[in-house]
Design a protein around this ligand. Structure first.
Ligand SMILES: [Fe+2]
Length: 273
């Protein structure tokens, strides 16, 4: 599978990340009092208003909150106006049989490996461990990453997965991290082509360098988790998304954007999630 650059002048790849939508079968389904379909649609509307060109959309898991096939159809309908292929992978809340039920005849792709223009590739990993909130990469997933890095040593690599492969400094969220993350980083270190790692799951903006890669997490399109909190805590920041540009020299420009302040505030009395 290949995504080509629409920027004929620069050849860069422009990506849009929309993550952790937590959609439900009913249109008015809510998570911690935020109607997740409304906040997701508001994010898509805000992106459309920017009139920016993107080459592909990335959705890094927790697309559904209730496992229903309809929740995935709502996602598919919601991103349709963006008119670009969307690559998705599962998070801890996703139900793979329902995900695959909407794949035929849609703009959504469930790929493991995608060539991005002439200089980049993307590897999409499945870190889901069924029934628990933390993540782990199976031997098969680690082998897939190793294989793609070996096959395309000349390409810069963007790795996508749901769970955060670095601790974010929030005790309750870090219990739900990617377990055995050192196995992942060992594969990354074996090659030196991974320039970016992109995840969801933590419902907050993270952007740090680790082992030569830019490691990024992105706000959810619904509720936000408060950074650096030992216990469960919600943030007052609005739903958001991330825009990325992969340059021909292996560098990445990126920006997190959000809806205007005060939008879709959750119930701050919630004790957990
Ligand atoms: Fe998650």
């Amino acid at each position: 599978m290949k995504v080509t650059s629409s920027s004929s002048d620069s050849g860069t790849i422009k990506l849009l990340q929309i993550t952790d939508t937590h959609l439900f079968e009913p249109a008015d389904g809510s998570l911690l009092s935020v109607k997740t379909l409304d906040s997701f649609n508001a994010v898509v509307d805000a992106i459309l208003q920017e009139k920016r060109l993107f080459d592909a959309i990335l959705s890094t898991g927790d697309i559904s909150q209730d496992h229903s096939a309809q929740s995935y159809q709502r996602f598919e309908q919601g991103i349709a106006p963006l008119e670009k292929t969307c690559f998705w992978l599962p998070g801890n809340h996703d139900f793979k049989p329902s995900m695959t039920s909407v794949l035929p005849s849609t703009q959504i792709q469930q790929a493991e490996h995608v060539l991005l223009g002439d200089k980049w590739q993307m590897v999409l990993l499945d870190s889901q461990v069924v029934g628990v909130p933390h993540g782990r990469l199976s031997d098969q997933q680690l082998a897939l990453l190793d294989q793609k890095l070996s096959e395309h040593p000349e390409r810069y690599t963007l790795v996508l997965l749901h769970h955060h492969p670095l601790l974010v400094g929030s005790r309750w969220l870090d219990q739900h991290t990617l377990k055995d993350a050192q196995d992942f980083w060992q594969v990354v270190e074996k090659h030196n082509s991974v320039k970016a790692v992109l995840c969801g799951h933590v419902h907050q903006d993270m952007d740090v360098m680790h082992k030569g890669a830019r490691v990024m997490a992105t706000p959810s399109t619904c509720v936000q988790f408060k950074p650096n909190s030992d216990d469960f805590a919600l943030d007052t920041l609005s739903p958001g998304w991330r825009e990325l540009e992969l340059h021909l020299d292996g560098t990445v420009s990126t920006e997190v954007k959000r809806l205007p302040a005060g939008c879709f505030q959750p119930d701050f009395n919630s004790a957990g999630y």
